[in-house]
Design a protein around this ligand. Structure first.
Ligand code: NAD
Ligand code: DAU
Length: 377
């Protein structure tokens, strides 16, 4: 597809920055407009290597600013939207649910309505347009841990060379009923419903994908993996919620970005695709892998940092297990994860250890000041 003008929201965040980078590098004839409010989670340092590129533009804007978004769509003749902007951290949603409803629900609605008004005003209408909404597996609720020691899964292992274990005999499918538990997942579920409603009511060409937990470079260090890598390095306690038995299904962020590229271009309108690596880990086992990897790279004796593990009060409403079945995406569009988990975690640990300056800026909040000055924001 030639010459598209694509709006990527939340592009200065973790996953968004990987998606922006992939599109700017892969599609020189597209114009990539990265829209981001630059909340605490947004950081232009994540996109520093793209500064000055001809097919890339950054716009600081709140997705809730309907007039601003509508004007931007007209000015830039946007014909494709990849919507990642969101409040994304479950623990914050438990403390401050209103912010999640505002950005995730009202912000998505504002974007949908701006796209509707702009696209419906064009002679070709919705022809060639696409509104792609990035959602999460958490909207499906939680799966049972009815095999705590793990069982052989019914599908091919794609993400781990050691062989994949499933901790229950059920999975999240595209047809699984929504059953969100946290304010975060409730807000994402609500936004998914709005996106589908805009297709069903107005005929907007929408797509929704639901992905499992991502890991990799540029993730804000409030999330498990970057937080723990940084804490191990600085010999700070590792706060493990509950017994550390909860299970998450981990996917390397660049594999998610590749799936987004594929689905944006080849996915069927009005469809839902699940994205995941068939890569379930109990938190405590994953934490031990991180400890082992960081200790080895830093030259510490094996087991050196195990004493940092500190069991703390569980997260309220902590979902027991997430496990995505991504067979539909693999069969219909031929996607599969490119990185095995061992490689992904090694790359990730090395990235955080080698980018201590990024980590220090993010944790000190200095980056906000720096970028305000740099971009006259
Ligand atoms: P993130 O918190 O790292 O980034 C979110 C970005 O959105 C930030 O740059 C922030 O500044 C921006 N933003 C927040 N509110 C905004 C607003 N009102 N207007 C404009 N920009 C705003 O999040 P992430 O982990 O990169 O997640 C991106 C998307 O992917 C989210 O929609 C999330 O629900 C979804 N998702 C995340 C994961 C994961 O494991 N991280 C998995 C599946 C789906
Ligand atoms: O499943 C996809 C979701 O994954 C995304 O939609 C969310 O945006 C993303 O934040 C992530 O949600 P989780 O709650 O699963 O991720 P988090 O990194 O916060 O926690 C991972 C697991 O580790 C979870 O079971 C809680 C636990 N945990 C987390 C932190 C931050 C701890 O035990 N201690 C911690 O300090």
């Amino acid at each position: 597809m030639a010459g598209r003008n694509i709006l990527i929201t939340g592009g200065a965040g973790f996953i968004g920055s990987h998606v922006v980078r992939l599109f700017v590098n892969k599609y020189p004839d597209y114009k990539i407009i990265c829209l981001d409010k630059l909340t605490y989670a947004g950081n232009l340092a994540n996109l520093k290597d793209l500064e000055g590129r001809e097919n890339y533009k950054f716009v600081k804007m709140d997705i809730c600013d309907f007039e601003g978004v509508y004007q931007l769509m007209q000015d830039e003749r946007i014909d494709g939207i990849i919507h990642l902007a969101a409040e994304s951290h479950v623990d914050r949603s438990i403390k401050d649910p209103f912010t999640f409803a505002r950005t995730n629900v009202m912000g998505t609605l504002s974007l949908l309505q701006a796209a509707k008004l702009y696209w419906e005003s064009l002679p070709e209408g919705y022809e060639g347009k696409r509104f792609y909404h990035i959602s999460t597996d958490e909207v499906y609720g939680a799966l049972k841990m009815n095999h705590p020691e793990g069982i052989e899964p019914p599908f091919k292992t794609v993400a781990s060379s050691e062989g994949h274990k499933a901790y229950g005999d059920d999975f999240f499918y595209e047809t699984t009923k929504y059953n969100p538990h946290s304010p975060y997942s409730a807000s994402k579920a609500s936004s998914d419903h709005f996106v589908r409603a805009y297709h069903d009511t107005y005929g907007m060409p929408t797509i929704v994908t639901n992905c499992s937990n991502n890991y990799g470079p540029y993730q804000f260090p409030e999330k498990l993996i970057p937080l723990f890598i940084n804490n191990i390095r600085h010999r700070k306690p590792l706060p493990v919620y509950g017994k550390g038995e909860n299970v998450r299904d981990w996917l390397y962020v660049e594999d998610h970005a590749r799936a987004i590229d594929l689905i944006f271009h080849e996915g069927k309108i009005a469809e839902t695709y699940n994205i995941g690596g068939f890569n379930e880990w109990k938190n405590i086992d994953l934490i031990k892998v991180m400890i082992k990897t960081v200790d080895r790279i830093l030259g510490n004796p094996e087991g050196h940092s195990l004493d940092l593990i500190t069991y703390v009060t569980d997260r309220l409403g902590h979902d027991a297990r997430y496990a995505i079945d991504s067979t539909k995406l693999q069969k219909e569009l031929g996607w599969e994860p490119s990185l095995q988990f061992e490689e992904g975690i090694e790359k990730t640990v090395r990235w955080y250890l080698e980018n201590q300056e990024w980590m220090d800026n993010v944790t000190s909040g200095d980056y906000l000041k720096y970028y305000d000055e740099m971009y006259n924001l």
